[in-house]
Design a protein around this ligand. Structure first.
Ligand code: BGC
Length: 356
């Protein structure tokens, strides 16, 4: 069965631009929505072991929520497409061929997730499509030369596809007209219980990574590629997140929880998030070399989201597939340089199932 694609008005920006919500669905199996504002992933309904469909990603009921001052004051990229570059930069700068680019500080004196007005706040051009066994939408955004002080005009495409088996793919493509850097990701917050008043410590997590990137006080990678053995970052066997977050560990203290990049082994499956009570299970596969895992450490209930629920600390977990943060500073990290004539490509597939 080909997934059904529907669209409806989600709201209007203060400038009077109409924003559209696109929904892909496959009977009672899955329903996923996203909008052209920020190419943002807004909803994900999947069944539990009793067949109850519930929404398992944080967000708002309509566009207004995403534009509300309370949210903007406590901004946290709910479901956003993050770009040009995910994460932080040491010294809020990077250099290409001896030229240094200084980046605007948008969060606590730090340049984070693309800057003051990153790709998460742009209106993307939407192109819906249908093939024999899939449906989806490609979003396009042309990021001008010098935007947020990054060099080069970057043309970016983000494609959301649902296939007949219920697998959901996010793929990225980007080209540039000048040497630049690109490292996009999606910032969906998952809580597979479907109850956002509960935290995600009762979820089990597995990640195919022997190494992770320790951070400093500014949440920047120190440059060390550390082994996970004997640390709370060892998820090589599926285990409850709770057991990891409550260990005594300096890295957990620095980041207020897990907010670290895992170095993925190149393999078919990279991570599994499982909620034993509901049975809901997310299996993630990606071509990206890293997975930034963020356990909602800075959520603090300061704004109300879907269904009027406040999102408190650890109300969700983000699984951000990407290149390593602050890559330009660390020659040993895989490069995020993009040259004219090259095409940046990356794909992440989310498969959903019910497991005991
Ligand atoms: C970062 C966090 C940040 C969060 C929301 C995550 O990707 O790693 O440090 O607080 O995004 O802004």
């Amino acid at each position: 069965m080909t997934p059904i694609l529907e669209s409806k008005r989600f709201g209007e920006t203060p400038e009077g631009e109409e924003i559209t919500l696109f929904t892909l669905s496959l009977g009672n199996k899955i329903s996923i929505s996203f909008m052209n504002y920020g190419a943002t992933w807004t909803h994900l309904f999947i069944p539990d072991k009793n067949g109850n469909l519930e929404d398992v990603v944080l967000g708002f009921d309509d566009l207004k929520g995403y534009l509300h001052q309370e949210y903007l004051d406590n901004y946290c990229y709910l479901g956003s497409t993050v770009g040009r570059v995910a994460g932080r930069f040491s010294g809020n700068q990077f250099s290409i061929d001896g030229k240094t680019y200084h980046l605007p500080k948008n969060q606590g004196g730090i340049h984070l997730h693309g800057g003051m007005e990153g790709w998460d706040k742009k209106i993307w051009i939407a192109q819906p499509f249908e093939t024999d066994d899939s449906s989806g939408v490609t979003f396009f955004y042309k990021s001008p030369d010098g935007e947020e002080n990054y060099p080069g005009t970057v043309e970016a495409w983000v494609t959301y596809t649902l296939d007949a088996s219920g697998s959901f793919e996010i793929s990225y493509k980007a080209i540039t007209d000048k040497k630049t850097i690109v490292n996009p990701t999606n910032h969906a917050y998952f809580n597979l219980s479907g109850d956002f008043s509960k935290n995600i410590e009762d979820h089990e997590f597995w990640v195919d990574a022997e190494h992770y990137l320790p951070v400093n006080v500014n949440s920047l990678p120190t440059g060390e590629i550390a082994h996970v053995a004997g640390t709370p970052f060892d998820f090589r066997r599926p285990s409850l997140i709770e057991a990891h977050l409550h260990q005594q560990n300096d890295q957990l203290k620095l980041a207020n929880g897990i907010d670290h990049c895992f170095v993925l082994n190149p393999s078919e499956k990279s991570a599994i998030l499982h909620h034993p009570k509901s049975g809901r299970t997310l299996t993630l596969s990606t071509t990206a070399p890293g997975l930034q895992v963020y356990t909602g450490n800075y959520l603090n209930g300061s704004f109300k989201g879907k269904g009027n629920s406040p999102f408190d600390k650890r109300a969700a977990i983000c699984l951000e597939t990407q290149y390593f943060p602050d890559a330009p500073t660390h020659a040993e990290f895989p490069t995020i340089l993009l040259l004219p004539g090259e095409v940046f490509k990356s794909r992440t597939v989310f498969a959903f199932s019910v497991e005991e």
